[in-house]
Design a binder for this molecule. Structure first.
Ligand SMILES: [Zn+2]
Length: 393
């Protein structure tokens, strides 16, 4: 992240131990505390307890180091393409397609309630089954106001994004999993087509398709590999990026499973119920495996802001105007350290009043401040080439 060539690394000071621990997620490795979804949540983090979750502490330290190196007359490689002051990754976890569901999708949900091992309470199963009668049903759910609305805004501003897709069938079902299949029929752009066809169109327009690994892929071997192959076959494109569903992520297990599946870049490291800097940085970085004492060939692009945390009733519960106020603050923070702002907007959030405007405002604000927009795989290519350039000089 400093932009210092390998031959000049002797000029680089070591970060203080508390920043090393924050970056390497020492607290997550050494503490088994997890929330209701099996995740490390912001409230357990030392930077949250110290009131520093919204500060990229490591990047602030790096900024000072860079200033000192430049004062010594040492040349640093610029961070982003065309010398952009910061970068932006717009991302979408495709969990819910529409405000209606097809009977087939409802049957899949029913199967999840009764066949998944992670819900054993019979009264909860019955209550949730009865809840299925409240759904609005159609054989071809419309995705005009969700996926199509996001894509249309991105086309209008000429920016690309990454859509993370679920890939059925699943060999281990969780009650948290999604219920759509890539073969399901949907209404998109005024016509009926399969979901696979929709995302082939979106991909051909320059956006990226990544894998949204099912809940159990974070901890059970081989599942992510199977789902990646299924998604690649359905869309006839290579898949190299992922974000785990529910941000389900175990530091000792998940990164290696992603590497084993042939994934090159992950965007999971953020929070479900707050925004900010989980690892003290907004920069991409290669994941370090503490057990193996080695760096994995897996780039992490940390998630800084997600809509679930901003709008969720179990989270910050902002309205879109308040949400934009704090989003702008965090974009300014990322700009001040020249980092990468990664934002997650779920397609179904576009159904909420004010969210389409919120999304437009983010893109306009970042364009106004000359951000470089890229996808997760675009970021991985950029970071790899940059690392190679620094290694050669
Ligand atoms: Zn998800």
């Amino acid at each position: 992240m400093v932009g210092l060539s390998k031959s000049k690394e002797k000029y680089l000071p070591l970060p203080p131990q508390d920043l090393v621990d924050l970056f390497l997620r020492t607290e997550e490795w050494s503490n088994s505390k997890r929330d209701q979804w099996g995740n490390w949540e912001h409230s357990y983090s030392s930077n949250y307890k110290q009131g520093k979750l919204w500060q990229p502490e490591l990047d602030i330290w790096v900024k000072e180091v860079k200033k000192n190196l430049v004062n010594l007359g040492i040349e640093l490689l610029s961070t982003w393409s065309e010398d952009a002051p910061f970068s932006v990754c717009l991302t979408h976890d495709v969990d819910i397609l529409s405000d209606t569901v097809s009977p087939k999708q409802a049957m899949r949900k029913l199967k999840q309630y009764w066949c998944s091992e992670d819900q054993k309470n019979i009264s909860t199963k019955i209550r949730r089954t009865l809840g299925l009668f409240k759904n609005k049903y159609t054989t071809k759910p419309s995705i005009e106001k969700t996926v199509a609305a996001l894509h249309s805004i991105e086309k209008e501003y000429g920016v690309a994004s990454t859509y993370f897709l679920f890939a059925l069938p699943l060999h281990r079902i969780s009650q948290h999993d999604c219920i759509y299949s890539l073969n399901d029929w949907v209404v998109y752009d005024g016509t009926t087509c399969s979901l696979a066809e929709v995302f082939k169109i979106i991909h051909s327009g320059g956006s990226e398709i990544g894998l949204h690994g099912s809940y159990h892929t974070a901890t059970i071997p081989h599942l992510l590999t199977e789902q990646k192959i299924h998604l690649e076959n359905a869309l006839e494109i290579p898949i190299t990026s992922t974000r785990q569903h529910f941000l389900h992520w175990e530091p000792k297990v998940t990164p290696q499973l992603q590497v084993d599946a042939g994934i090159h870049v992950d965007g999971t490291l953020g929070f479900n119920r707050n925004i900010g800097f989980r690892s003290g940085t907004c920069y991409p970085f290669y994941i370090f495996d503490r057990d193996k004492d080695s760096t994995l060939p897996l780039l992490e692009v940390p998630l800084i802001i997600q809509d679930g945390a901003l709008f969720g009733s179990n989270a910050l519960e902002f309205d879109p105007v308040q949400a934009f106020f704090v989003t702008k603050q965090l974009i300014d923070t990322v700009r001040s350290v020249g980092g990468c702002m990664t934002i997650l907007i779920h397609p179904d959030m576009m159904l909420l009043d004010g969210v389409p405007t919120y999304y437009r405002n983010i893109i306009e604000y970042c364009l106004e401040h000359k951000a470089w927009f890229t996808t997760l795989s675009g970021m991985q290519n950029w970071w790899k080439n940059r690392s190679e350039t620094l290694g050669k000089s």
